[in-house]
Write a protein that binds this ligand. Structure first.
Ligand code: 6PG
Length: 237
């Protein structure tokens, strides 16, 4: 399938480049709509980007709204929590108003309730407008998963719900994820992909026809706005 790829020497260079683009999109969003709504990715790859962002000054943090594209159904202090990762890399170091931080509420009685509550949060935030995030950050799993959309997940066929609970073939299995219906509204999307363990899936995505690539959840995301793949050299042969 066709991919707009940018290749960098390593994760550090990739993260600097992604941050520059993020800041450009942020400024544009603030100029046009008065605020910047970003959905953050979990996993290990984006931590460097979050940490670099925490050192940027001055930064209009009162205009920045942080959302999460997926979360593991664990407490916010759990080592596996995507919220915790972002808190440690970014939130703890910057003066962002607490009301601008919108974590997926994993303190709900179950993952379904957490997904429903988060969908309400998003709908309230966007009001009458379509819930189009200014920027969605995504990762890529070795089998082609993105956010917590894994191959053959029923969530891939979801057309109405914005956020759903899923059972993932991963640790932990209970997760909450944006659906393709929501991801496809994004004004901008970045895939951040680093490391040799991603080489095979990146090659497969690039070589497959769009129809064949559909077996990989990452290829099922077809956002309205531009999609840029930030890769490091190790991830592409
Ligand atoms: C998660 C994710 C997931 C992640 C990929 C890539 O919560 O696990 O959001 O989709 O982005 O698994 O993860 P790495 O960056 O750790 O390779």
């Amino acid at each position: 399938m066709e991919m707009d790829t940018r290749v960098f020497a390593d994760l550090d260079a990739l993260s600097h480049a992604a941050l520059n683009e993020l800041l450009r999109i942020m400024q544009e969003a603030i100029d046009q709509r008065g605020r910047f709504a970003i959905a953050l990715a979990g996993g290990r790859t984006p931590a460097r980007l979050y940490s670099l962002w925490s050192h940027e000054q001055p930064m209009p943090w009162d205009r920045v709204h942080l959302f999460w594209g997926d979360e593991r159904y664990v407490s916010q202090n759990d080592l596996l929590s995507n919220f915790r990762m972002v808190r440690e890399a970014l939130i703890a170091h910057v003066p962002i108003p607490p009301a601008n931080v919108h974590p997926i509420p994993t303190d709900q009685p179950g993952p379904e309730q957490a997904a429903e509550a988060y969908e309400s949060t998003l709908r309230a935030f966007f009001g009458a407008a379509a819930p189009a995030l200014d920027l969605v950050l995504l990762g890529l799993g070795p089998e082609g998963h993105t956010a917590s959309l894994f191959p053959d997940s029923p969530a891939l066929g979801e057309t109405k719900r914005l956020v759903v609970a899923v059972k993932a073939p991963a640790n932990p299995p209970n997760r909450i994820t944006f659906t393709p219906a929501l991801l496809d509204l994004a004004r901008n999307t970045f895939f951040l992909v680093s490391g040799a363990d991603k080489r095979a899936i990146v090659a497969a995505l690039r070589q497959e026809s769009p129809a064949a690539a559909n077996q990989f959840p990452a290829a099922r995301i077809r956002p309205a706005g531009p999609v840029v793949w930030f890769l490091d050299r190790a991830a592409c042969s």
